[in-house]
Design a protein around this ligand. Structure first.
Ligand code: DI6
Ligand code: FE
Length: 405
């Protein structure tokens, strides 16, 4: 007996190599012990539905997709930066604000001052925006502590969201996010602290699965990132990189050299970077919310990434400075409207390719036998509607590890 069986549904399995969206019209999917135990055409079910499962859920021809995966967020932070938003509208640039001591560093001050409980509570409110829209897995980066104590506080807060949110949380240590004010005169000492002290401590405590960095003209150089990535590798952590968002530092090529799970943003990515990512199998994570919010003009080279066969994920980048967005469906629409992804590519970007960007492609991201029974069930007539409506409340039911939540 299955635990639960969903029928009267259309399935967008997102499994590669089938029809568009890996679609199974008039399909059925069953969960047992949190995993997908049966999937196919309803007509091929071996017995009447009621004899097959403890609970049968009829879906009125709704579409079922894999639960959405937000593979790049900074969901845990103190305060907000609405004042800087106003300053930018008055003409200041993101870089100018950062140089004037605002930007990331101002969120660092607010995050250091917040208690872990404060961080959990504010992040839970943002997380609710994601889960209400079908998200079942969220990656959360640290990086607003920039000292070991606060980085650990952030990562613990991120971990504490899993149970109340009924989501999978993947945590990433982002020590090289900005230079903390107390190291203003000694960059090298901070980079060394991240590589030699923070990464071993965080790896040993199991608080993160990956290491990220902000490789940018206003962030860290490829040499600094290289040093920190080698510490990540020595401590058994995966790597990913904020690369080529505001300028071309050739960060994506460095990431590819380390077989990074992903390189993210990529507006300024050049041909060599595309080729390096293709060869390494590094996923391109596109973040149209930050592009939109910064009114960026330069587009990521989507056609070249597509032609080179680089997998493209889509995420919201929820953060207080460049993408205060908690709507994954809005990100899908922006990926199509701004970056010219197809609606099918956008949905794959928030499911199959996002799983890949987290190193979880074997467990999540498509509706296939043996994968997690994380489902999003939608009141739509076609899966393209998920990219078409602008952040509309389309979710009918969210299923996490086989449980309706
Ligand atoms: N890239 C971004 O877009 C965010 N972080 C990063 O590395 C911005 C973070 C912030 O401004 O608070
Ligand atoms: Fe980011």
């Amino acid at each position: 007996m299955f635990d639960t069986l969903w029928i009267d549904a259309n399935l967008a399995t997102m499994a590669p190599g089938r029809a568009p969206y890996g679609a199974i019209p008039r399909g059925a999917v069953a969960a047992k012990d949190g995993k997908i135990a049966w999937i196919g055409f309803a007509a091929d079910l071996p017995k009447p539905a009621d004899e097959l499962a403890h609970e049968v859920r009829r879906c009125d021809n709704a579409w079922i997709t894999p639960g959405l995966i937000e593979c790049h967020t900074h969901l845990v932070f103190g305060g907000n930066r609405a004042r800087e938003f106003e300053m930018r509208l008055e003409g200041a640039t993101y870089e100018q604000i950062a140089h004037a001591g605002g930007g990331i560093v101002s969120t660092v001050a607010a995050t250091r001052a917040a208690s872990k409980q404060d961080l959990i509570e504010s992040a839970l409110r943002r997380l609710a925006g994601l889960t209400r829209a079908g998200v079942t897995t969220v990656e959360i980066k640290s990086g607003y502590g920039l000292d070991l104590e606060t980085e650990i506080k952030m990562l613990e807060a991120a971990g504490a969201l899993a149970q109340p949110g009924a989501v999978r949380i993947k945590r990433t240590f982002l020590g090289l996010h900005a230079l903390p004010p107390e190291f203003k005169e000694d960059r090298a000492a901070y980079v060394q602290l991240v590589a030699d002290v923070m990464i071993p401590a965080i790896a040993a405590s199991g608080l993160a699965d990956a290491v990220d960095a902000f490789c940018e003209n206003i962030g860290f150089t490829t040499e600094e990132v290289d040093y920190v990535f080698s510490a990540a590798r020595a401590n058994g952590l995966a790597v990913k990189l904020h690369a080529e968002q505001l300028s071309n530092q050739h960060g994506a090529s460095l990431a590819a050299r380390y077989r990074a799970l992903s390189a993210d943003h990529l507006e300024y990515l050049d041909d060599a970077g595309v080729a390096a990512m293709a060869a390494a199998g590094t996923v391109a994570v596109l973040l149209p919310g930050a592009f939109y919010f910064l009114r960026e003009k330069r587009l990521p080279p989507v056609e070249k990434l597509r032609a080179a066969g680089v997998r493209m994920a889509v995420a919201g980048d929820c953060n207080p400075g460049t993408s205060p967005m908690t709507s994954p469906l809005m990100a899908l629409n922006m990926a199509c409207t701004l970056f010219r992804l197809t609606p099918e590519e956008a949905l794959a970007g928030a499911t199959r390719e996002a799983a890949q960007a987290l190193g979880m492609g074997d467990e999540l991201g498509t509706l296939e036998l043996g994968k997690a029974a994380d489902l999003a069930i939608w009141n739509v007539e076609s899966p393209a509607e998920l990219s078409y409506w602008l952040g509309a409340p389309l979710l009918r039911e969210r299923v996490f590890a086989g449980r309706v939540v």
